[in-house]
Design a binder for this molecule. Sequence first.
Ligand SMILES: *[C@@H]1O[C@H](CO)[C@@H](O)[C@H](O)[C@H]1NC(C)=O
Ligand SMILES: *[C@@H]1O[C@H](CO)[C@@H](O)[C@H](O)[C@H]1NC(C)=O
Length: 339
Amino acid sequence: MRFSSTLIAAASLSLLSVNSVHGYGILGHTLTGQVAQLFLTPETARQVKEILSPYYGGLLSKAAPWPDTIKGQAKYRWASIFHYVNTPGDNPPESCKFEYAFSGHDVVNGLFNMTSQLLKYKLAEPITPEDKSTREDALRFFVHFMGDVHQPLHASGKERGGNNAPAKWGRAKTSLHRIWDGQLILKDIKDRFDNNPKAYLDNMVDMTNNVWLPEASNWTYCTPEKNQGDNPWSESTKLITKLCPMEWAREMNQLDCMFVWKDYDSMRDYSGEYFEGVTGEKNNYLVQKLIAMSGVRMAAILNEIYDPPVPHSRNPLREELKDETIVDVPYNLRIVKQG
Ligand SMILES: *[C@@H]1O[C@H](CO)[C@@H](O)[C@H](O)[C@H]1NC(C)=O
Ligand SMILES: *[C@@H]1O[C@H](CO)[C@@H](O)[C@H](O)[C@H]1NC(C)=O
């Protein structure tokens, strides 16, 4: 498998400065985008490239960090609350309670909203420059929110998602949130992969196809629950069967009790035993796995939008249903060779 050098450069560069204000830092978001890119079908990759400005060269990894860079802009004020989700009564590690109700103000809503927009523009190509730029924004936000929803501290409001939970990293002061945004990933790359993000990425893809495969083949499984209850997006996203942000957030929220907030102590050095626990074999390389999970799910949804598998009945998203025999393969876990 070959990787473009820009892609690697972007990841190496971000090793120098891990931005940890919100969601995964630049490095985490870059990695989720890189994983996703490898699981896109060629047709999806082609359309993604067309949607994104030429600056991105069609790379999800390059577009993924963008929503953290425009937070100060009035035009995008609506988006800031879409990066996370808090549910009432949740108090890890004692109790992880995720009883979701649609409020229109969180990452679950954000993901449904962006997917719904991408679908809308897929079914009716935008003509005006304004619509085209709204579509590009939707894609960039979608990719970013897919990363954020897989950062466990984005699925619990306790201490502002751990931003207000001081902690130590070696002798340095940090917060639980920053640790999960970037410090764990960074140290894992440094310790196990000789500071080489490409090796970390290769390993992640390898693990997805081997060690994690039994679970990984289920990462894109979604229960019909997503369309039940009060989901205002169920109609506009019904063609997408793999979009389950509520379930994902619930899974992440559970991790807050099992690992993230467990035995929290502001004086503890999190770069020691805690780091080993969440990045090592003992817990199936959890930190790395969450990135892979985010990327695989992201790709599966983009493939469903831009290159839907051939259905038994007509799928309105599939424009050219030709006579050729097309085999319905479980394409999600197929690695598509890049460039
Ligand atoms: C959906 O996203 C748009 C931006 O594309 C935003 O203006 C709108 O408020 C969002 N709608 C909801 C219900 O969150
Ligand atoms: C896949 O998900 C389904 C439904 O949640 C579950 O019943 C099944 O055990 C899962 N399989 C694996 C291998 O995790």
